[in-house]
Design a protein around this ligand. Structure first.
Ligand SMILES: O=C(O)[C@H](O)[C@@H](O)[C@H](O)[C@H](O)COP(=O)(O)O
Length: 233
């Protein structure tokens, strides 16, 4: 069984993980700016990233040359506590990072199908491929909005997809979602997986084992570079 290559970075404290991951991301963004004049970062939402976002926001890089977008989004207004755009606005786009450009996935009042088409057009204008992707993971092995019960999971995980943004309907997701496709995520020069707690460590280990392939495993298997996993208890 080919085991997907990844690097495991464990930290005793969540704040130490946040500072270390922020340093890695800031360094990769700075390298991208040096190489092509701009940098493209995609981050995940949920409850885990807030400390990391706060640490990254205060690192003085050329944020005016950085575009930040989302790995995925819940189809809710930015004012909703469920909004990933709201999480990024409140925790990342502050301090030095306030100078970054933010490109959201969800547009209020537009149907999810129209939004994913419109997002694809808007996002296609960005300087792909992504330079940095920061993923989260659920204990069910989902990452981004690649939920195991998604009705279009095969399309979401298709490594040859030409799609940029896809709609997701999955009972376990809660509200309808929009997600970057696996194909766009795995092109990134640096892919980090940020997980915390014993349950997620066990879920990751299981996903790396011989059982049914979970979405996180599909990402690691398709990634162009070994994924860096950042974990704290
Ligand atoms: O919108 C989202 O929910 C995310 O992008 C998703 O992929 C998240 O990373 C995991 O669900 C973990 O979420 P927690 O950090 O809340 O555990």
């Amino acid at each position: 069984m080919n085991s997907a290559p990844y690097s495991w970075h464990a930290f005793a404290e969540r704040q130490d993980l946040a500072a270390a991951l922020a340093g890695h991301v800031a360094g990769r963004l700075t390298n991208a700016i040096a190489e092509r004049g701009t940098a493209l970062l995609a981050v995940s939402g949920g409850t885990t990233p807030a400390r990391f976002f706060a640490s990254l926001s205060s690192i003085p890089i050329a944020w005016n040359k950085v575009t930040v977008t989302l790995v995925d989004e819940r189809c809710v207004p930015a004012s909703s506590p469920r909004s990933n755009a709201g999480l990024v606005a409140a925790n990342l786009l502050q301090n030095a990072a306030a100078a970054a450009r933010f490109v959201p996935l969800y547009q209020e009042g537009v149907s999810i199908g129209e939004t994913s088409e419109a997002d694809s057009r808007m996002l296609r204008s960005l300087s792909w491929p992504l330079n940095v992707v920061v993923l989260g993971m659920g204990t069910d092995g989902h990452t981004a909005s690649f939920f195991p019960d998604a009705d279009n999971l095969e399309k979401l995980l298709d490594p040859s997809s030409t799609s940029t943004v896809l709609p997701v309907h999955a009972t376990s997701a809660g509200e309808p979602r929009l997600t970057l496709s696996l194909a766009r995520l795995v092109e990134a020069g640096f892919i980090a997986l940020h997980i915390e707690g014993e349950d997620k460590r066990k879920a990751f280990e299981t996903a790396m084992g011989p059982g049914a392939k979970k979405p996180i495993r599909a990402v690691l298997d398709a990634a162009g570079t070994p994924v860096d996993v950042f974990w704290a208890p």
